[in-house]
Design a protein around this ligand. Sequence first.
Ligand SMILES: Nc1ncnc2c1ncn2[C@@H]1O[C@H](COP(=O)(O)OP(=O)(O)O)[C@@H](O)[C@H]1O
Ligand SMILES: [Mg+2]
Length: 342
Amino acid sequence: MGSLSLSAISKSFGVVDVLKGVDLDVAAGEFVVFVGPSGCGKSTLLRVIAGLDEQTSGDLRIDGLLMNSVPPAKRGIAMVFQSYALYPHLTVARNMGLALSQEGIAAADIKRRVETASALLRLDALLDRRPAELSGGQRQRVAIGRAIVRQPSLFLFDEPLSNLDAALRAGTRIEIAKLHRQLGATMVYVTHDQVEAMTLADKIVVLRGGIVEQVGRPLELYARPANLFVAGFIGSPTMNFIGGDSAARLRAATIGVRPEHLLVAPESAGAGAWIGAVSHAERLGADTMLYVDVPEVDVLGAGMLTARILGDIDYAVGDRVGLTPQAGKVYRFDDDGNSIAA
Ligand SMILES: Nc1ncnc2c1ncn2[C@@H]1O[C@H](COP(=O)(O)OP(=O)(O)O)[C@@H](O)[C@H]1O
Ligand SMILES: [Mg+2]
């Protein structure tokens, strides 16, 4: 239950075309994450799936049934937003059960469902509190609980963790992953957070300007990006892109190397495809980001190469180093920015 199929979904607001023919199949029980730059249409696509916005054209099916003009409440969907939108004067239990009582569901049934959801979300001890007496993370769990009690076959999340600080985000992310395993429901999740996308998704959908750039498993996108955009969007720090002679020698318009695939050695060692001077180092403990000025290399964007090295390093600003891509880890792109097969 909860499979989803989008066929040529377009959405325009007046003269602005926001979604431009989105095709997507989501299997029942799958966890799909939409990523893409701000304004690319992620929320709009989610709202179309929920029925809060109607597509301008195209077909939307849930469990094979055409949903084009089915109202939101009849789609078997629950949505969790970035803002929790809890009622401040109601307890946690009442917030979670409110939609159910409005639907006329029996009080005993509501109580049972709220208890089940609050056990899943470890909210049992907080059922009598009001939102003001909860932390941000607890409030977001109540918002998720409110979705769970409706027993949807399809959950939609729109950047649900954006308002939480980094530590809470990490914890809640793990809870959402567990929840998905326990409920087995289909989840469609919007985020601009790389780590959330890579760790939660069975399948990532990369959107740009209302168009699907690539769909694939997280490590598939990392290993085999279809084009420059996906290559630059997936992976952090971002891939180094190089044009000019370095690319031409490999019969490409642009080549790409991820920071973790650049080997660094002192220039005196005599090795190194590209030679330059260390311009900055960021020491994070577990690893170090080394930024290297390579004046003779046509580095696109930043103008510097970024190398990620495990652990600490001895290099200081100004040191001369040679950088070499690991064998088999150079991506090649053509004039149109599309990947050239290895
Ligand atoms: N109700 C609306 N009316 C007009 N334009 C809208 C409306 N909703 C969204 N848009 C526009 O659609 C584009 C995509 O928005 P959105 O789906 O919110 O992007 P994202 O969630 O990827 O950041 C933006 O340019 C936004 O201004
Ligand atoms: Mg959005």
